[in-house]
Design a protein. Sequence first.
Length: 399
Amino acid sequence: MIIREKYLSKIRPFYDQDLIKVIMGIRRCGKSIILLQIIDELKQKGIPEAQIIYINFEYEDYAFIKNDMDLHNYIKEKIVNKDKYYLLFDEIQNVENWEKAINSFKASKNVSIFITGSNSDLLSGDLATHIAGRYVSFRTYPFTFKEVCELKNVTDKRDREEVFDDYMTWGGMPQRFILTDEIQTRTYLSDIYNSILVKDIITRFNIKDLDLFNRIVEYIVTTLSQNFSAESLSNYFANKDDREVSKVTLYNYLEYMSKAMVINKADRYDVRGKRILNGKYKYYLTDLGFGQIMNVGKRPQLGAYLENVVYNELLARGYDVKVGNLENGEIDFIATRFKEKIYIQVAYILADDSVVDREFGAFKNIEDNYPKYVITMDKFDFSQNGIIHKNIIDWLLEE
């Protein structure tokens, strides 16, 4: 595995601080590897192994730790002096009332604490008030395309195109890159996907109508980069299945998928009115491999997949990303990071003048001077009128 410097560089300044380091991300996106790389760096700094305590709560070895008291008692026995201890807890959400134990360690012991979790609401709810204001959080993602090229040591342009096709098809879940064929990859991704649905959604939120839930999940996962509203989805199921589905149920199921980090929700932003438009969103897959395993026998929408890749890359680079709403159209992405703002249009290829006019013309009513990009698969540069055209592979490798 590669060193995930993108994340380590952000976490490293906090290694010895008493703030709780919270690392969140979808299951199997590499959080455990990041913790192990942190452990390696601590050892390189001269921290004795006895002062580094790592627990992965998905291991059967720790199945006896069911709640905060179990965790408290176990760690209490491990801390035998007043030296600084480093506590690293993987998939902490598996421990009931974990926040109470973490808060107790922080208050009473000389420790530096790192935790990971697979729920985006890990730090919400009543119990999380125990550590409010006492943590820093880091969102992690599957491999970016640049990380995949680093992993595979790919530098040749033709090889990059082949790797990108594979990345578009099967996504960036780290462990899939050690598999040798499509059957293994499909099985591996299916296992992750089903584990997320069962453990992080169906069981956690006590979903009873599994048929409806699975239909909604399949629709979202196989219809990438589309505008959704509860009303449009309700009408879809009414027309297709002659089944009435309440908007509240739809909102809840979509929210559950977002909390399990299977999908990410992009708000729509009214560019002229400078406000968020409630009730209409776009949803993007956290990993495109899930779309592949669910899209069996269906022709992939390459433009939608490309848009999803760009969205995920912007998140991985630390941008806040919204969909821009214009009076007569939309901007695919408005991405902000600190004082930086960029506008992005995504298309598969600029096939003719009408497509060029559509993609570049989307910016004509944007009155500010922030950078504007059109990102496609084209190998020729169509930049014009101050709008920058980028080949997606080149753009993905820039940062």
